[in-house]
Design a protein around this ligand. Structure first.
Ligand SMILES: Nc1ncnc2c1ncn2[C@@H]1O[C@H](COP(=O)(O)OP(=O)(O)OP(=O)(O)O)[C@@H](O)[C@H]1O
Ligand SMILES: Nc1ncnc2c1ncn2[C@@H]1O[C@H](COP(=O)(O)OP(=O)(O)OP(=O)(O)O)[C@@H](O)[C@H]1O
Ligand SMILES: [Mg+2]
Ligand SMILES: [Mg+2]
Lengths: 467, 467
């Protein structure tokens, strides 16, 4: 009576494209551009390469009233090896970013969602051209996705000897688009990306053939993020099972030290003693716990035990200077300051919250401060009202700091983490995780206090001037 | 250098649970309850059965500070056959609702996302007990999900002869929860479900052992929705390929008539003539079109051709009476009216927009009308600001109807469709599809006009009274 069947994850994201952010042709154009640009930035500044990003949006002739564009993004990044190129661009849930490291990408879906949207709306394939740093060849593949099997289908491929030292990737695909409705958001996205990445050289060519150039203004790049081991706080039973299955450690002591970050020998011994496990016990023995009760107890104890906080040097924050410079470039404020907090943890992932506050200059005086959100250096533009930063900002009572609305205030919030808890696959807003909320609130309140001090000083100066 | 790998869709929803709506223990409790309740309602009113739904939320002892609940939902629905029971509850992207029919469920993820959340936070399995109408046995399975393989693992199963005629399903699982923070939303969800389903008998037992009863107040049920064929408008190349692959039709004429809804013989002949295909051509020949250009042209022509609109009798709207009764029960308004629009189409899916407007009574006088959103009879509670209904409502200039804010107004919007374009897997808001926007706007404006007429009449009456 009821017709039961399974669906592949490629069919799923082709059919329910709005779940990945492709809800209409304007939003889809924006999403396609950002998925490709975020991949290019991960492949450059994530590996210590000064980014050169070229974004082309070109009108495509259409036999009917559908509006089509070709979107092409080219970078000088680490490139994609030819062996994984088909799956990287043609298999949903395939990624090099499933490790514990701060990257813009995380789901293994992004470019594939764009490929599926292009395939469904234009019937055409994606073209990828790439060469890695050491390689003597440039590889080209044109492919589409076999949705039933979630596998790439290569329609054409070629390779040619590399004439010089170029390395990087060029991705090109045709999609149904709505440039007039997408334009302001796309420009905002690229501009806000450039503002916090002054070391990046970005060129955007619009369908009107207008060229918008964001030149590199510094060669100084932040340290790239590093891959780390999991932190014991917030580890769940499934992850612990996986770690015990994969570990080469012969004893529980070795397991705790080797497989986790922030766990030294003394801490490991103390923890094992607390939960009553012998330090020389073989880790694999715990996998015999078939009803999961012992593993659940270990996970709960880990959550409560006082381990050192996670290393913050593996994350790659923007830093107060860069935030202040960015806000200054955008608004020429009369006052600006920024805070970068020490790393905290949620669900075993370290995170750093950074907030900048600018006052005056060309900032319009509004009932609510302007909020600029960033996560892992990605500007977040849609879904503002659902974001944890907005909820925190909305609750701030500026009167407590004798700051009366309307006032010319911009608040920039950046969250850097090995896992950003986005509310959806389209990465537009961060869900309200309590630990994040607390950190964002602490920053904004501290900056409000500092703004208050500046305004008081300004008032005293004005008072003194009048005498 | 980069470590490429794939991930199963079960691993994906376990790791990124916030994408499915499980972002914190309060939200997860709400989501778990609603996923189970929506499955139970689909299994009852979707099949002409007067629903009896029992929801139990019980505190569970926890060895640490984690707060755990057991959530149990029982229904008298069509039941789950034992052969598909393991996959229905243990395989992500497995569903009986991947057909073209108006149901609350659509993704094949819901209950599995809850099972994964329970498994990850408590280490325990889900228990399912079920019996279908004709069966002489009741089946019980306890299972968890093998995340790497996206397969169910049965830890215990049993069957026993059915003593009577019971049919239905009982699902029970333990999860980390936060009842105090979830309570008001859970109560709102159940109450708003009951308001538009007065034929349903719903009991909710809270962790405080309080029993909240929503008795059935009518035995009259709307016609259940029916499965239909796709409509030619908005068919995409992939779907057309699939239909051509699966069809038993020997000619293109037969294909158009048999595989689509709203296409009769005359229309089919006219359409085939328009696109220059012989009506006796074999459909499978079109699959030889390897570059997809011919298929893309057919799809585009389908989109532009004037086919009859889709049947609206396959959808199951609430109807104006039910909406008015519901609003009256909630607010005892001095004026209430409702509109059910004829069916329209977006992306090949028929949809009906219904709007109710209530004025006065116990409605508080606010700057913005209160918005109650429903989609396929599911109350939507979170993400209001991102919903297409909210965006339409926000743009309404009530002054144009001489209605001055603050005013005591409630607007109820229900969208019924064979596919609701939710913005996320957690089903809390509808994305801004232009066709939906137009219909919602048309309804609200018409009801604003009618409210205006009532208010004018009321003013004239008051005027007459004063003389
Ligand atoms: N421009 C590029 N340069 C180098 N590698 C790339 C590039 N674009 C994609 N890749 C590789 O392809 C993989 C898949 O990309 P995709 O966007 O689908 O997923 P992701 O970036 O890992 O995660 P997300 O879904 O969050 O974007 C990446 O993990 C990366 O290894
Ligand atoms: N209470 C129930 N009675 C009958 N069948 C059920 C019940 N609960 C689940 N099922 C069956 O299990 C399948 C899977 O349920 P699940 O909630 O995962 O997906 P869905 O309801 O199809 O879609 P969605 O992800 O949108 O909820 C359903 O399609 C339905 O066939
Ligand atoms: Mg990506
Ligand atoms: Mg469901």
């Amino acid at each position: 009576l009821e017709n039961f069947r399974e669906m592949s994850v490629a069919e799923f994201f082709a059919k329910y494209r709005e779940v990945a952010g492709f809800s209409n042709p304007a939003r889809a154009l924006y999403q396609t551009i950002r998925e490709l640009v975020e991949n290019s930035l991960d492949a450059t500044d994530g590996h210590g390469i000064l980014p050169e990003i070229r974004i082309f949006i070109e009108k495509v002739n259409s036999s009917n009233e559908k509006s089509l564009c070709r979107v092409t993004v080219e970078d000088n990044g680490i490139g994609v090896p030819p062996t994984v190129m088909p799956e990287a661009f043609g298999k949903v849930l395939f990624s090099s970013k499933y490790v514990i490291r701060q990257t813009r990408g995380m789901y293994g879906i992004g470019v594939k969602a764009a490929v599926l949207y292009g395939q469904v709306t234009t019937g055409s394939y994606v073209e990828v051209i790439s060469s890695t740093k050491g390689s003597s060849y440039i590889y080209m593949k044109r492919l589409y996705i076999d949705m039933k099997r979630n596998e790439p289908v290569i329609v054409e491929e070629a390779q040619w000897r590399k004439p010089g030292l170029w390395h990087g990737t060029r991705v090109s695909l045709a999609i149904e688009c709505d440039w007039p409705r997408a334009k302001s958001r796309v420009l905002e996205y690229v501009k806000r990306t450039a503002i916090i990445a002054p070391y990046a050289d970005i060129i955007l060519q619009t369908p009107e053939e207008e060229i918008i150039y964001f030149p590199r203004t510094t060669r100084k790049m932040p340290k790239p993020p590093r891959e780390s081991k999991p932190h014991p706080h917030g580890i769940d039973v499934e992850t612990l099972k996986q770690m015990l299955t994969n570990t080469k450690a012969k004893t529980m002591l070795e397991f705790m030290e080797a497989e986790f970050q922030s766990v030294g020998k003394i801490t490991a011994l103390k923890f094992l003693e607390t939960i009553g496990l012998k330090h020389n016990m073989r880790p694999k023995k715990l996998l015999k716990d078939s009803n999961g009760a012992i593993l659940a107890r270990i996970v709960d104890s880990m959550r409560l035990f006082k381990f050192k906080p996670p290393r913050s040097d593996y994350l790659s924050p923007l830093g107060k200077e860069l935030i202040k410079i960015g806000l200054t470039r955008m608004y020429s404020p009369e006052w600006v300051d920024a805070i970068t907090r020490p790393a905290r943890v949620y669900q075993g992932h370290p995170f750093i919250v950074e907030v900048g506050l600018a006052y005056g200059g060309s900032i319009p005086s509004l009932e609510e401060p302007i909020l600029l959100r960033y996560a892992n250096k990605i500007p977040l533009i849609y879904e503002e009202r659902e974001d944890v930063s907005y909820k925190v900002l909305k609750d701030i009572n500026w009167k407590n700091y004798e700051i009366n609305m309307p006032a010319p205030i911009v608040v920039l919030v950046h969250v850097a983490s090995t896992k950003i808890p986005y509310r959806g696959v389209g990465k537009e807003s961060i869900s309200d995780v309590p630990e994040l909320e607390q950190e964002i609130r602490a920053c904004i309140l501290e900056l409000a206090r500092r703004l208050r001090r500046y305004l008081s000083y300004k008032e005293r100066e004005a008072e003194a001037m009048r005498k």
